[in-house]
Structures are given as C-alpha cells and as structure tokens.
Design a protein around this ligand. Structure first.
Ligand SMILES: [Zn+2]
Length: 402
C-alpha cells in the first residue's frame, strides 16, 4: 500500500479522492493513492478553502460549475452604487432590501412599498404586511389587487471587485497541487524523499521563508498561449511540474489565465528531466487533459524563469480581457433571460404555437423594448393594471393550491 506523502499514513481502499485541481475550479482529475483522507479533509477546510475563496468573483461572474457539477458560488451583499445585491451562481441577482416598507401619511393612511424581484413575491409577503398593519390578510390582499402597480426593472450599477491572489495559505494549496500531480507522475515514494522536505513541510505547516525564497509570481502569458487557449478556452487553469537534468523540480500554476505562480518543489536531487501537466477549461469542465506535457510541452527553462515586471500593468490588461470576455459570453445569457421572462409572463410554453398573432406581436414589442433598455442601461418600467395583478394572483394562488 502506498503511504500519504504528508503524514505517512497508509492508503486504504476507501481513501477519499483528492482533486489535484480543486473541485471548486472545475477540476476532474482525482487520485486515491497520494493523499490520505485525513490530510485531504484538513487541506480542504484550510488551505484549499483559502485558494478557492480568492476566485469567488471569477467563478460567480462566469457561472463556473465545480468539477462535480455544483452551481457556481453566490456573492452576497455586493455593493453596486447605492444598492446591495446578492448574485446567485446562475447569474440571477436580488436586491438586498427589506421586502416591504410601511410609511404613514399625515392623514394616518398607511403606504406600503414592496421591494421585490417579481410581482408574485408581493403575494408571499401579504401575511407579514397584514400582521404589521394589524389587518386581516384578505383586506390587505383586496387593497393590493385593486390598485395599479408600477414595476421597475433596472440593471445594477457597476460593482467593483478587488482581486487578491496568493498569500501563504492559497500558496500552500497550489504547492500541494503541484506536488500531488508530480507524485502521480513519478510515484509517491519519490516525493516522500529528502529533496522534497521543504515543500512538504510548507504545504503542511506553512512558512514565511518558503514563500519568500521558493515562490515567484509570473505575469507572462503561458508558453504557446494561443494554442493553449484554442484548446482549453480563454480562462484555463494549468498546472505543470518539470525537472531539469540535475533533478531541480519546479511547479508552475496558472490561475484562470490571470496570473502564474512558480514554486520550487526540489532544489536538486529529484527525478531528472521529466514533465507532467494538467490543463482544464472551467467554461467546459469536461474539457481537460492530464497529458499536457505531451500535448503542449513547455521548456523547463521557461517554467523556471518567471517574470513579474509591472504588476499594475499586468493586472489591468488581464482583468480588462476578462471584462471583455464577460460581455461576450454573458450578454446572450442576459438576453435569453429577458426573452424567457416576457414569454413566461404571457403564459406561453416556449416552442408551442398556441399564442395568437396578437399575443406574439405584443411579446415581440416587449422583448425589443426590454432588450433595448437593458443595452442602454435604462430602467425598464411597466405599469401593471389591477386586472393584471388579479390575474397574477389567481395564477399564483392556483399554483399554491389555495
Ligand atoms: Zn496524510
């Protein structure tokens, strides 16, 4: 039985699979032969979690699913202008607001304003509003259903995100990924030898000295980047480990094609002149390879000579690229969300021919108006008549089985 490269525990048949590239990053390559379940869990809660947290925004923005198919993470209470919004992993946004506010006029009349994402949500809050006003639910409902409502939909203001990558804990997770990938290539007995003591100790316990002496940032585009992007998309993750003739072993970890990290795994004395690599496409998690060293080999000298000349310039360029990519990939999704919402509002099942020409024309007008408003960043305002409110209520109540 092989032993864990970090704690020497023997592997068991039921050892948990260790994701080499984090599951959160869409990683699909796993091994049960190198890291024991206890170490795997401990890293998952600490260093892996620290690295994963640094990429929450990217994963949320591009709606990137995990390797095991989980939805992208939600961002909570993002400040966008004067608003706070929650952005779900499927791209839908919700204002973080009290669902309703009650104010009293001079005449003692109560005004209720709802802050909701869909009109149907108003109905859900009726019991609470009724309790707050000390009125029967039916009375509040009748009041709501006999007034004209205005619904306003608008795009949120620009939200600013700060990207911070690296830091000791995240670096430990990246060093572990390099070491585990290397162990799948050269065997776990090899990486349990003395030349790897420093990096194993760093992964296990952390060390400022290691982070200072053995890690360098790399802002260059990856070697043969056009070909890497052609095969694995514009925001690939890549892990390469390579050794030279003296057995100097270096790992190179590229995070979402934004930033690279070179980590020295052994100064000398490791298995010489070998290379292994793992690349994945987070936009399509099924597209990945652990044969990157054969498909897209990178010279050892390139991997071991990172450059980080002007961090601001690098950050701006790559993050701007990412912004453009976001527009290109996500605009069609926003459009289909709007189109689907309008079609659903008219009670049409997509693809059915049941709608009359009149309804179809109306849908086309509404979709066009809302798409234009969306693109021009204008609020989309709609008046909802009492009849329409009542129709919505009937549909909602039926759905609820009331
Ligand atoms: Zn262990």
């Amino acid at each position: 039985m092989p032993q864990c490269i970090f704690c020497d525990a023997e592997m068991a048949p039921d050892t948990k699979p260790e994701h080499i590239l984090l599951d959160a990053f869409g990683g699909r390559k796993t091994t049960r032969k190198i890291v024991c379940s206890a170490c795997n869990s401990a890293f998952g809660r600490t260093t892996d979690d620290a690295l994963a947290k640094q990429t929450l925004h990217i994963r949320n923005l591009f709606q990137l699913r995990s390797g095991s198919g989980g939805e992208a993470p939600m961002l909570r209470s993002v400040e966008a202008g004067d608003d706070k919004i929650n952005i779900k992993g499927d791209g839908t946004m919700r204002l973080v607001l009290k669902p309703f506010e009650i104010t009293y006029g001079d005449d003692g009349k109560a005004n209720v304003q709802f802050n909701v994402n869909t009109l149907e949500e108003v109905f859900r809050h009726i019991p609470n509003v009724a309790a707050a006003l000390k009125l029967p639910e039916e009375q509040v409902r009748e009041q709501i259903l006999s007034t004209t409502a205005r619904s306003i939909e608008r795009r949120p203001d620009v939200a600013n995100f700060t990207y911070e990558f690296g830091g000791p804990d995240a670096l430990r997770s990246m060093a572990k990924a390099c070491l585990v990938l290397w162990a799948t290539h050269v065997g776990s007995d090899e990486v349990r030898r003395a030349p790897y003591n420093k990096v194993r100790s760093f992964v296990l316990r952390g060390s400022d000295d290691f982070a200072r002496d053995y890690r360098l940032l790399d802002s260059r585009e990856i070697y043969d980047s056009a070909e890497v992007m052609r095969r694995y998309g514009p925001i690939f993750n890549a892990i390469y480990v390579s050794s030279d003739a003296n057995g100097r072993v270096v790992g190179h970890y590229t995070l979402y094609n934004l930033l690279g990290f070179r980590i020295v795994l052994a100064e000398s004395g490791g298995t010489p002149s070998r290379q292994t690599g793992l690349i994945s496409n987070p936009l399509e998690p099924a597209v990945w390879t652990d044969k990157a060293a054969e498909e897209l080999p990178i010279p050892f000298a390139w991997l071991d000579a990172p450059e980080y000349p002007d961090d601001l310039h690098m950050a701006r360029e790559r993050i701007n690229d990412m912004g453009r990519l976001y527009e290109r990939l996500m605009t069609p999704k926003q459009f289909s969300r709007i189109t689907d919402a309008v079609i659903a509002k008219h009670g049409i099942v997509s693809g059915s021919a049941s709608a009359t020409q009149e309804v179809k024309d109306q849908i086309i007008r509404e979709v066009a108006g809302r798409l234009a408003a969306h693109q021009l960043d204008l609020p989309h305002e709609e008046t909802v008549s009492a009849e329409e409110m009542r129709a919505l209520w009937t549909a909602w109540a039926e759905k609820r089985g009331r």
